[in-house]
Design a protein around this ligand. Structure first.
Ligand code: SF4
Length: 329
């Protein structure tokens, strides 16, 4: 699918039915009917960055901050594994309270107990940390590129750059990680052309996982008054990213589930997704991981119910990269 074709679909809402059918066929051909479940632990909502759209931003003094300790994280990971979940996603703001040593110890202790995949989503760190986490047993790293428009990136992420973000993703791949990238649809100041570039960038990065979120304002951020991203457009971007990337793992993001609490997960699965990520963060903390307002709580139970409803099967595997397998052959 070339740039013109992507732009045509992005600009023509009437083509949704045809587009989602194509995306679903592509998903079936490259990924099969299995849906992978990844269990998320949001272990800290501290962040040293100041992204304009995010409730975890450093300057948000109204947020009740929390950190889980090593014991709590490992115990929760073991509990998630006992439910048959084969991937644990360790997610936090960019929180340097957790040293290289602490994160390595968590990874090693989880890995000691079972054959699970560990995805880290702990933001921008020194390259040396990434290398050491990999040696400790981390398998995957999730670092969304957020937007492929470098000017917009700069405006929304003070003191950060898209160039550095991409350099990190390339380093992670070189270090042996399965990498996850992704964008946000509906960011204030974003155009349709930018979304097209996002899709092309996911293809160019050859991401093992590609995630498509949508902008939802958070009341304590500078973008609190901006309108929410459009869900139909987000689903079109998801479908186009599926068609463009072929066999990249693609989650139905929590933002999609938040925008349509009743049917969001189902619609995402029908538009090309093959991953659902239930959130296992303890209740006492989850309410404070407010990257945006009214964030949906995806549970294991509703993930399983939706998979069944979509006539798909729950994977019993770790769901390693399909991109990588095809690259080797
Ligand atoms: S988007 Fe990520 S890096 Fe930016 S403020 Fe939120 S948690 Fe921190």
């Amino acid at each position: 699918m070339d740039r013109d074709e992507i732009l045509h679909y992005l600009k023509t809402p009437g083509t949704d039915e045809e587009l989602f059918r194509k995306a679903d066929e592509t998903r079936k051909k490259h990924c099969g009917d299995e849906v992978h479940i990844r269990g998320i632990i949001e272990f800290s909502n501290y962040c040293c960055r100041n992204c304009l759209y995010c409730g975890l931003r450093r300057d948000n003094i109204n947020l009740n901050r929390y950190r889980m300790n090593e014991e709590e994280i490992v115990d929760l990971a073991l509990q998630i594994m006992s439910f048959g979940v084969k991937t644990i996603v360790l997610q936090s703001g960019d929180d340097f309270f957790y040293t290289q040593f602490m994160i390595c110890r968590v990874i090693e202790r989880i890995k000691e107990h079972a054959d699970v995949a560990i995805t880290l989503s702990v933001g921008e760190r020194p390259f040396e940390d990434y290398r050491t986490f990999k040696l400790a047993g981390a398998d995957r790293y999730l670092l969304k590129h957020e937007t492929a428009n470098k000017e917009l990136y700069k405006r929304l992420h003070p003191h950060q750059s898209l160039k550095h973000r991409i350099r990190i993703l390339e380093y992670l791949r070189k270090t042996g990680y399965q990498i996850g990238a992704g964008n946000i649809v509906g960011l204030p100041g974003q155009g349709i052309d930018d979304l097209c570039e996002d899709i092309l960038l996911l293809k160019e990065l050859d991401a093992d996982m590609s995630s498509v979120g949508l902008f939802i304002p958070q009341h304590d951020t500078p973008l609190s008054g901006a309108p929410r991203g459009d869900l139909s457009l987000t689903l079109r971007v998801l479908a186009l990213a599926r068609i463009a990337t072929g066999n990249s793992h693609m989650p139905v993001t929590t933002a999609i589930a938040t925008a349509d609490p009743e049917r969001g997960l189902f619609r995402g699965l029908k538009a090309g997704a093959n991953v659902i990520m239930p959130d296992f963060t303890p209740d006492r903390h989850r309410k404070d991981y407010t990257i945006y307002d009214n964030k949906a709580h995806i549970t294991l139970k509703n993930a399983k119910k939706t998979i069944q409803k979509a006539n798909r099967t729950i994977s019993s595997h770790k769901g390693d990269s399909l991109t990588r397998t095809s690259r080797k052959s």
